[in-house]
Design a protein around this ligand. Structure first.
Ligand code: CA
Length: 230
């Protein structure tokens, strides 16, 4: 799966490195350009999903670089950073084609929140793999692929949702009502035995031929998913 790449054009090296580290911890790839000239070279050479662009930069300033990038790429989200928060500065940033504006010093969480908004919104958005796992079972939430002991297991939509509910709540005792609400919806009659039917289907597929068993019944309470008895 391809990764999301973010370019940081920022001449304050320490800040640039903090940003890079934060972005990488959030699952993105990040590259640093310490001046506008290198920034321009990297933009020409590589494909990025988002650019974080400081305004006061050596060689080519952020406004000029933003304007240049917009000549060839109208879509890539650009978040500008600046030490000046005046309305004139903001308008100038938006005039050259920036999508957003953050005034230094800013809260890193705020920057990350905005980055996430743009990445989710943008055309180039590629979903970050999100996986749930237990013992040798792994479920990819984007593709709904389930693998146990290197074997691919085909599940129906309901079985898949049931497994996801279990994996999201592993090692926790789940009542029948909770499971029905998660998988079939609140209007469903909790006295029905459909849940037992589906848990049997799921067990046949993910537990029958494997060890340890992952789905357990706690009589009188409900069910739980764990690689050990609780
Ligand atoms: Ca600067």
């Amino acid at each position: 799966m391809e990764n999301i790449s973010i370019l940081i054009v920022e001449d304050e090296q320490r800040l640039a490195e903090i940003l890079k580290k934060q972005l990488e911890e959030s699952g993105f790839n990040a590259e640093i350009a310490l001046d506008g000239y290198i920034g321009r070279q990297l933009v020409e050479k590589n494909k990025y999903n988002l650019i974080i662009l400081d305004i006061n930069l050596p060689l080519i300033n952020g406004y000029d670089l933003c304007r240049e990038i917009r000549k060839t790429n109208s879509k890539i989200p650009i978040i500008m950073l600046t030490a000046f928060g005046t309305t004139d500065n903001k308008i100038a940033g938006f005039d050259v084609g920036a999508d957003d504006y953050l005034v230094k010093p800013f809260d890193l969480r705020e920057l990350l929140a905005r980055v996430n908004v743009f990445i989710r919104r943008s055309d180039s958005y590629i979903r970050i793999p999100e996986k749930l796992g237990l013992a040798d079972l792994e479920m990819d939430l984007n593709t709904k692929t389930v693998i146990r002991a290197d074997k691919k297991i085909d599940l129906t939509a309901k079985e898949s949702l049931l497994l996801e509910t279990f994996l999201r709540n592993k090692d926790k005792l789940l009542t029948r009502e909770f499971i029905i609400e998660q998988v079939w919806g609140i209007e469903f009659d909790p006295s029905t035995n459909i849940i037992d039917v589906y848990i049997n289907y799921l067990r046949k597929k993910i537990d029958k031929d494997f060890e340890p068993k992952l789905i357990h019944t706690k009589f009188g309470f409900g069910f739980y998913c764990s690689d050990k008895e609780i």
